[in-house]
Design a protein. Structure first.
Length: 787
């Protein structure tokens, strides 16, 4: 059996569950009489159905033969080495699952993984439909209807798309689109892992084991010992190193993205962010191609980080690949960024508690970041000795400061920085990423040379044209003009055709030719998911005595988190700013985001994103997000602004109340004040009321009068937190604000809710925050001031 046939069989091995649940097909007598689990028989039937429906597809015709059918049929009672490897991979991928569903289960939806962690009151689930923006948000389980008709529609659409498949990667892409919402398990265990995520991790494991078998690292005797240990959990086989788990992590991201002049920063900021995303993506792709793997072996990819499951036999090659990639990055960027690559050899036993493998990898990567470029053989000479005797004349690059004989005189940009501007320009209306194979180049003068050095020539395009591979940007639809795409890329690719000064000006209202109402500042927003390490540990499954975290479960959570940012949030930003006037998303993906925009839009956007994150995670209290929001003039240095907002986010995450032993996080820090999200919501509401007062011809002095109310509000608030209230103090505060009844009512409500509600308002400076924001709302700017 060829390796590709084996991997297709592994991918299809549980697909019989889909046609079984659809009720559309009946087993023929020869399969019905076989002593195998029901879904295995249906998986074998699926192979026959696909062969029948794709008779004109040369690729599938060459893959789907009797051996592949036998592989999916017999993997629970293996007879061949391939069937045995599939069974072992199946067990490692999700050991907590029962291996055969029983009973009427076509009505069970995929439960959100976020409902699986901690103690949650309500379960949330996904609609049984193909992957789209409308299916990313889970719904309350009670309102999700799944039945045989749902499965029939999904199956029919999948089979219809299969006729266009001409390689394994496209097959994997169709699995993601059609089976991301199909539970692999529907009885005897919570159905929170999709057939796609489960099949993908099973392929990753099987691929590594099969390569090691073909290379002679694993023989039949050792594979039998692995199976026996997994059934009995006795002996020292479980301690043997059996997999290599590699991680790549970019460092220097923030400095690289933001170390640019403020003037016309929008021209290259987006390009820098997208470039780093592509750098990580293509480094990961190069590693899997060079080691005989498929994209299924990439366990995670996002936020400048990736993890890959590798066979043990490729250790020497990986060392060579690491040195090669690092040398390319050094030659192009001279240390501005680094891709830190290391790996951990995991034992069989450790694979059943994969969160521990992740922890070991994190430790190794942390050390690697202190030894950047160490793997490059002549690194000492590269750092301390000049590369040549030429000293270039002329002005240095306006962005990076380096002198180059190729500096573009008109823009005063070196080739690398100029190529980043070109990349940004190509993103403005791009709909596709086009990939071409090319000879590896030795040139290192632009960012495109990084990809060419790995054998890829890439470009963004609005139109669909011929290429070796085509990926849709932020579009799940697999078919375009009768052509099956190779996949989709999610993230913040497109950008508004605006400079930061114009985005800042969008915060203001034009009164006349010389005057605007409202500050024209930019807001920098950084948001980041809290406590991810603790969350991954919380995935531990107590069922069947298994306490570790399986690879499938970690893959599911990582993927769903990334889908919130790179998928759901990016799509929401397009809806939030349809005109493209107010927002400049720098990066959105992985588990965080960074957005620059009109300040009055961004402060409310932060609320919206946090609320949608809560909805996406089923309002599970374990899933929280913190934020930093800072305000700057459009000409303020972007590197300093990015560091300032990073510090605000850090303060939000580290803030500790007196009675707390460690930070509870789930906060937002802005204008130097750390607020709970409830406090932030109140501050935004107060800001609107104060602004309305001043715009109703009240003097702006009202803002400062209300700000002074903090003095009277603070002692009243502190008493309410202790469960006490002095009526005279409240009356005095109300009298002080007698002309602003709506504002006084809000403050009185806070005091009363503090006495009786569990979630309390604790920071009296919400008034100061609201007043400062209102001051920005009502500031009048003349052309002279603006200049």
């Amino acid at each position: 059996m060829r390796q590709e046939q084996f991997l297709v069989g592994v991918l299809f091995h549980d697909l019989g569950k889909v046609i079984e649940r659809s009720g559309e097909y009946q087993l023929p007598e020869d399969l019905k009489s076989v002593n195998q689990p029901s879904h295995s028989k249906y998986s074998a039937l699926m192979i026959r159905i696909i062969k029948d429906k794709t008779v004109n597809n040369d690729y599938l015709k060459s893959i789907l033969d009797d051996e592949v059918e036998a592989l999916v049929l017999n993997h629970h009672n293996p007879k061949t080495i391939e069937e045995l490897i599939l069974q072992i991979s199946d067990w490692i991928s999700a050991p907590e699952m029962d291996k055969d569903d029983k009973g009427g289960y076509s009505s069970v939806p995929l439960i959100s993984i976020f409902s699986r962690i901690g103690e949650v009151k309500k379960e949330f689930a996904y609609k049984l439909e193909k992957l789209s923006y409308s299916t990313l948000m889970p719904l309350e389980k009670e309102v999700v209807t799944v039945n045989q008709s749902s499965y029939k529609r999904l199956l029919e659409n999948f089979l219809g798309a299969l006729k266009y498949v001409d390689n394994y990667d496209k097959l994997l892409n169709l699995f993601e689109i059609y089976f991301s919402s199909v539970p692999v398990q529907t009885s005897g265990y919570m159905s929170d892992i999709s057939i796609y995520d489960y099949s993908r991790t099973t392929v990753a494991i099987a691929n590594a084991l099969y390569i090691d078998y073909l290379q002679g690292i694993l023989d039949k005797d050792r594979i039998d010992k692995i199976r026996n240990w997994m059934t009995e959990r006795k002996g020292d086989t479980g301690e043997e190193k059996i997999f290599s788990v590699l991680e790549g992590d970019l460092s220097g991201i923030q400095n690289f993205i933001f170390s640019i002049p403020s003037k016309k920063a929008a021209r290259s900021l987006k390009g820098r962010s997208v470039y780093l995303s592509l750098l990580a993506r293509y480094a990961a792709d190069y590693i899997i191609r060079e080691t005989g793997l498929t994209p299924a072996s990439i366990l995670y990819l996002g936020g400048g980080n990736f993890q890959i499951l590798l066979p043990m036999s490729e250790r020497r090659k990986i060392e060579e690949i690491r040195e090669y990639i690092s040398s390319i990055i050094w030659e192009i960027h001279k240390g501005d960024i680094a891709l830190n690559i290391d790996w951990y050899e995991a034992s069989l036993e450790e694979m059943f508690s994969f969160e521990k493998v992740k922890d070991r990898l994190s430790e190794k990567i942390a050390i690697k970041k202190l030894q950047k470029f160490k793997e490059i053989e002549d690194m000492y000479e590269k750092i301390f000795l000049p590369e040549d005797e030429v000293i270039y004349e002329g002005e240095p690059c306006a962005v990076c400061g380096r002198k180059s004989k190729h500096t573009y005189e008109e823009q005063k940009l070196c080739p690398v920085c100029n190529s980043l501007v070109e990349l940004t320009d190509s993103l403005k209306d791009a709909r596709f990423l086009m990939e071409f194979k090319c000879e590896k180049t030795e040139d290192r003068s632009s960012i495109y040379d990084f990809f060419r050095a790995l054998g890829y020539d890439i470009r963004f395009s609005r139109e669909l044209t011929r290429a070796d591979k085509i990926f849709a940007l932020n579009d799940f639809e697999p078919l375009k003009d009768g052509y099956l795409l190779d996949g989709f890329l999610l993230g913040s690719f497109n950008l508004p055709d605006k400079e930061f000064e114009e985005i800042g000006d969008a915060s203001s209202i034009e009164i006349d030719e010389t005057t605007q109402l409202g500050d024209n500042k930019l807001a920098y927003l950084k948001m980041d998911v809290d406590n991810l390490g603790r969350i991954f540990s919380g995935l531990s499954a107590p069922e069947k005595g298994h306490r570790g975290v399986s690879l499938s479960r970690i893959r599911t959570l990582s993927n769903r988190l990334d889908l919130f940012f790179s998928g759901y949030t990016v799509n929401y930003l397009r809806e939030f700013d349809k005109s493209g006037e107010y927002l400049y998303p720098v990066f959105v993906g992985g588990d965080d985001l960074f957005i620059i925009g009109s300040w009055n839009r961004v402060i409310e956007l932060a609320q919206d994103i946090r609320e949608r994150f809560r909805e996406y995670t089923g309002r599970n209290p374990l899933f929280t997000i913190s934020a930093g929001v800072s305000f700057f003039r459009s000409d303020y240095p972007v590197i300093r602004a990015s560091r300032d907002v990073e510090e605000e986010l850090d303060r939000a995450k580290k803030f500790v109340y007196r009675e707390e032993e460690k930070p509870s996080k789930d906060k937002v820090c802005t204008l130097g004040e750390t607020l709970q999200w409830k406090e932030y919501d109140v501050a935004i509401r107060l800001r609107r009321q104060i602004t309305d007062k001043t715009r109703d011809r009240e003097p702006r002095s009202v803002i400062f009068k209300i700000e002074k109310a903090v003095k009277g509000f603070k002692p009243v608030l502190e008493l309410s937190l202790a469960g006490k209230m002095k009526a005279p103090s409240v009356w005095r505060l109300s009298y002080y604000l007698r002309d602003y009844k709506e504002i006084a009512d809000v403050l009185e409500k806070i005091i009363l809710e503090n006495l009786f509600e569990k979630e309390k308002i604790r920071n009296p400076m919400i008034i100061a925050v609201a007043s400062k924001l209102s001051e920005m709302d009502t500031r009048k700017i003349t052309q002279e001031v603006k200049k």
